[in-house]
Design a protein around this ligand. Sequence first.
Ligand code: F6P
Length: 374
Amino acid sequence: MSSVLRVGLLTGGGDCPGLNAVIRAVSKSLILQHRAQIVGFENGYEGLIKQRSRRLEYADVSGILTLGGTVLGTSNTANPFRYYGRGDADVSRSVLQYYHQLGLDAVVAIGGDGTMSILHQLQEIGLQCVGVPKTIDNDLVGTDRTFGFDTAVSIAADAIDRLQSTAQAHSRVMIIETMGRHAGWIALYAGVAGASDIILIPELPYDIDEVARVCREREIGGQNFTIITVAEGARAAGGDSAMLEGTDRGGNLRFGGIGHLLQEQLSTRIRSQLRTSILGHVQRGGTPTAFDRTLATAFGSYAAAMVADKQFGRMVTLHNNQLGSISLSEVANRTRTVPVDSPMLAAAIAVGTSVGVKDFDLRMQGDIETRAVT
Ligand code: F6P
């Protein structure tokens, strides 16, 4: 390393409450503890590709802890190994050149699965790096929590509370679609927090007749409304996920529409009126909860310590309430889905919530002594 520690910083993928809290924590820790110089890249990997960066001084990262979004900007489509802006060409060598030209000792990338997979590839061609796990979806391998998840769950739970009063007033079945393409963490946790009657997640393809049966039972039983929380990636058994047309610029498929599809499927099976609300990007906006601010600060300062300690090629983790790290090779191209023995799934079912699966067997849940709620 050169005499002055120089560290690059970027935020990649979809934005998420708490990104600015991590930017602040990484930068302040490195400046205060190691007199480091920080270089921020604009719009995720796009900044490394298009050579757009700026120095981040202490004053630049003060007062941003509670801000939503990211002061650096982000992109979920810019991949140096397949850059859409240059006909899907591999521009990773010029990215590495720019990294050396800036005299950087390391890059800290704050992002989700896509960002970590790219970071792993960059590390393999010689870029020293540390990852910080971000996503409202909470689906990164190796960490019990990602920052942003708690905020998204709070927003979704608040929406369910509000939908409940209008559902009750009109005796309706209300469907609320949350984010979560391959993992149902947000739907599960928000559904439990909002006392949803039915929670449908991608990990457990639902039986539409079972969902209809639960709604009808509530109609007959005098409970005049039903709340269904469904993750955007959920699908009926034997059916496909609901997708929006086309892909984004990075070639990623876009999920969406399961709420309306479910409404259509139920409309011929139950008497009650149905309404669907899609929560969408509201879940990613605004100020992070206190939990996410503290987690983001802990993650950021730990990432700074890893850089100083030259622990490169790894992502920060939280496991059993302990900060640690995991090799990027173990994180890349993997998703942490809700396991069938999830304690939160067990809790939901124990209080009478349906997961849209007939006779879902509680015995599949793990040993009661080891029910850690993470
Ligand atoms: O990764 C988080 C996420 O919120 C997904 O749940 C969702 O499908 C996706 O981002 C949508 O991102 P965008 O609309 O920015 O492409």
